[in-house]
Design a binder for this molecule. Structure first.
Ligand code: NAG
Ligand code: NAG
Ligand code: NAG
Ligand code: NAG
Ligand code: NAG
Length: 263
């Protein structure tokens, strides 16, 4: 009986004490506050809404003698970029535009478009996810024009216009022959092929080139044209030569013949 009385008294004292002594905490934006009484004090817990993180003490307690142990915390937007006001970082596209100018929320999808003379590289849309990231990642707007290309070693290009649609031509120095694509076009900011190479024309033909020569001879001596073409193609494939190599090889043979004809 006495025990019950003490309990009750303490309880009543606490509740009244908390009413009187614990001041009301200020409301914290973007959070909910859960309070419970227990162990002779009031425990309060702040839970931030999704997309916000807590700065300060998460759980506060108040007792009759001391008041609240800490000031109320803050729920701050979990930002990856300081300019963000929405759920995801503000979209950014240099030399282009995107479909939304509003702060972006979870599951919103935006689309991208590049300005004239620029070409979009990447996805033309992106979605804001729960974890504050954009998936797929933002594209970039690349200029449709190509800069001047490199010169191949022992070679050079001719052409003065490097804008979209323009064409340049590669050449090699004397005694070098070009392997690769000679004429190239600028398409959406990139040259149509990789840089060609200039190969030194060697004096002695390689076995593959001898094989080619044999194939050529066979072709010339053949009477049935269809069969001969087929045979020639087969032999070319076997010798592992690509068409540009063939051209190069022919130049090598020409150079050799010229050299032999000199006294
Ligand atoms: C009141 O708070 C102090 C710490 O600030 C603590 O030591 C004390 O036990 C608390 N009183 C009760 C009744 O819980
Ligand atoms: C976003 O979409 C996912 C799956 O479609 C769904 O589970 C989730 O609840 C959505 N979130 C919001 C905030 O609408
Ligand atoms: C995005 O690209 C797809 C094809 O890759 C196309 O069908 C669609 O129209 C484009 N959307 C926009 C908004 O440009
Ligand atoms: C966000 O979520 C997506 C899909 O669930 C995942 O692919 C991506 O790696 C996550 N990003 C981060 C930074 O956690
Ligand atoms: C191709 O030509 C070579 C040389 O003349 C000959 O030996 C070979 O039988 C020919 N092959 C075919 C498939 O015609």
């Amino acid at each position: 009986m006495f025990f019950w009385f003490i309990c009750c008294l303490v309880d009543m004292w606490l509740i009244s004490a908390s009413d009187e002594i614990c001041p009301e905490l200020p409301p914290v934006d973007n959070s909910i506050f859960v309070a419970k009484e227990g162990e002779g004090q009031i425990l309060g817990t702040y839970l931030c809404n999704s997309g916000y993180h807590l700065v300060g003490e998460k759980t506060l307690f108040c007792n009759a003698s001391k008041g609240w142990n800490a000031p109320a915390p803050e729920c701050r937007y979990l930002c990856l970029f300081s300019s963000s006001v929405g759920h995801c970082p503000d979209p950014l596209l240099v030399n282009g535009e995107f479909s939304s100018l509003e702060p972006v929320n979870v599951n919103d999808t935006i689309t991208f478009k590049c300005n004239e003379h620029y070409v979009l590289k990447g996805s033309n849309w992106s979605r804001c996810l729960e974890n504050h990231t954009w998936v797929p990642p933002f594209p970039v707007c690349k200029s449709r024009d190509c800069g001047p290309p490199e010169n191949p070693t022992h070679g050079y290009f001719e052409g003065i216009d490097f804008n979209s649609g323009s064409t340049i031509t590669y050449y090699c120095e004397a005694r070098y022959c070009l392997v690769g694509t000679q004429h190239q076009q600028c398409i959406d900011g990139e040259w149509s092929s990789t840089l060609p190479v200039c190969e030194l024309i060697r004096e002695a033909p390689k076995p593959a080139e001898l094989e080619l020569e044999k194939a050529l001879l066979a072709f010339q001596e053949s009477e049935e044209l269809c069969k001969a073409v087929e045979n020639f193609t087969q032999r070319l494939k076997k010798s592992g030569l690509m068409m540009e190599k063939v051209k190069c090889s022919l130049e090598i043979r020409k150079a050799d013949l010229k050299a032999k004809m000199l006294p």
